[in-house]
Design a protein around this ligand. Structure first.
Ligand SMILES: Cc1cc2nc3c(=O)[nH]c(=O)nc-3n(C[C@H](O)[C@H](O)[C@H](O)COP(=O)(O)OP(=O)(O)OC[C@H]3O[C@@H](n4cnc5c(N)ncnc54)[C@H](O)[C@@H]3O)c2cc1C
Length: 419
């Protein structure tokens, strides 16, 4: 048993803390906020994806960037600014927009995602975790015939999904599995229903798991800001915080978009850049037009989840540095697009708007495991898939810290791939 300090209480850090405790370690978690899951894990799209755990970088993205440039509701937006880190990240991302790189990264992501969601299912049997979970699948909708036919043909080939292959549905078929789509008129050509995908509220999950972990002995220190890590030779000895030093035998870094900054003084470079996204959460009580399935609008890149008596719509990717101001026009565009599909879903006037910074690596895969400091471990950089990948990543880290080989191959999921 060693004393492990987990930096960050988002969905990723809390999951790691839980599994480290279950592996027999003494665990302390610190976070600058007053509770768990209050930053990027707070109001995401709620999708838990196995087969659809894909990297963003694909052949189609450069074309889409040019076509949508400058539009307020563009799925991708780059704010022109003199930020060398942003341009370096954007170039690294663009270099990965090939079919071969996309497939390679997708295979690595799907491997971790399947492990992660299986781990979540086991976790639900062990702990009481209420997080507005639903297991009805996610319907990926295509707006034009050509895109739909291409997606249907790819699904036919199988594309590595095996048991998680989707049902290909024309417009009537989509309405059959999700009757609320009847209100969408002819906006969609068809869709792919991935029946084994799940949805749920990441923030509720994170707070429930933090409670379960605390009951098992994990110590959470909220309102504590990490300023630096202490190193001595080839090891770290703990963290310097605004409440004084905290020593530990091992440190797990899970500070989301802020992970790179704390390692820079140690000479470690993490290729993580914040990619801003927005969400709108609409109360559905008294309305009968909200979907029950998870929905992904492929053209607009918007994810929609029914979370109990709320409907969450989230999306867009904005490269704008560490700017966490709510750009209301961008958030409202998501709300309007969700209401255009489901006009009777809920009370749009009462919608809660939110934004968060995805901790993105250029290939969309996380950074897990060892660093060149023998007791400093990474569990960060989960980008657009942190909710999906949190449990699996936590188990991987608990195994590595315990000196055991993880259950899955970590090819393409460690810092080594960036040289
Ligand atoms: C619009 C949007 C939609 C998304 N949809 C999905 C989805 O459908 N499915 C999915 O799987 N993923 C989704 N994601 C991605 C997912 O939300 C993130 O990958 C995940 O929340 C990252 O979790 P994290 O724990 O790494 O980071 P965070 O939740 O940001 O946690 C990091 C923690 O570190 C703390 N911290 C930072 N700096 C310090 C410091 N100096 N001292 C102390 N504490 C510090 C923060 O307070 C924070 O609590 C979405 C993201 C966005 C923005």
């Amino acid at each position: 048993m060693v004393k492990v300090l987990v930096l960050g209480a988002g969905v990723v850090g809390v999951s790691a803390a839980y599994y480290l405790n279950r592996a027999g370690h003494e665990v302390v978690v610190v976070d600058r906020r007053d509770g768990a899951g209050l930053e990027t894990s707070f109001a995401n799209a709620g999708h838990l994806c196995r087969a659809t755990a894909r990297p963003w970088a694909s052949e189609a993205v450069p074309r889409m960037l040019i076509k949508e440039f400058g539009k307020v509701d563009a799925p991708y937006l780059l704010r022109l600014r003199a930020d060398p880190a942003m341009w370096a990240w954007a170039l690294a991302f663009l270099r990965r927009c090939t079919r071969a790189r996309h497939r390679e990264t997708a295979a690595n992501l799907i491997r971790l995602a399947v492990y992660s969601i299986d781990s979540l299912a086991t976790l639900r049997e062990t702990e009481e975790l209420a997080y507005d979970q639903a297991g009805l699948g996610i319907l990926h909708l295509h707006r034009d015939d050509e895109a739909f036919e291409r997606a249907a043909a790819e699904a036919e080939v199988g594309n590595g999904e095996g048991a998680f292959a989707p049902a290909v549905l024309d417009r009537a078929g989509c309405i059959r599995v999700e009757p609320a789509l009847a209100q969408a008129g002819d906006q969609f050509a068809g869709g792919l229903h991935f029946g084994s995908e799940e949805t749920g509220d990441a923030h509720l999950f994170t707070t429930a798991l933090a409670q379960a972990a605390a009951a098992r002995g994990v110590v959470f220190r909220y309102g504590v800001t990490v300023r630096a890590l202490h190193d001595a030779g080839d090891a770290v000895t703990g963290a310097e915080t605004d409440r004084g030093p905290i020593t530990a035998d091992a440190v797990v870094l899970s500070m989301g978009s802020y992970s790179a900054g704390v390692l820079r003084p140690l000479g470690l470079k993490l290729p993580i850049y914040p990619v801003k996204g927005y969400s709108a959460t609409i109360p559905t009580t008294g309305y009968n037009g909200a979907p029950r399935l998870g929905i992904h609008d492929e053209a607009r890149k918007i994810g929609i989840s029914r979370l109990g008596d709320r409907l969450r719509a989230a999306g867009t990717a904005e490269l704008a540095g560490y700017d966490n101001d709510l750009g209301e026009a961008r958030a409202r565009a998501i709300l309007d697009q969700a209401m255009a599909i489901f006009p009777n879903a809920g009370d749009a006037a009462q919608a809660e708007l939110w934004c968060g910074l995805r901790p993105m690596t250029p290939d969309n895969a996380p950074l897990l495991g060892h660093t060149r400091f023998r007791n400093l471990y990474l569990d960060t950089g989960h980008g657009s898939l942190g909710w999906t990948l949190a449990c699996g990543s936590g188990r991987v880290i608990a195994d590595i810290v315990s000196g055991r080989a993880p259950d899955i191959d970590l090819d393409g999921l460690t810092l080594d791939r960036f040289g």
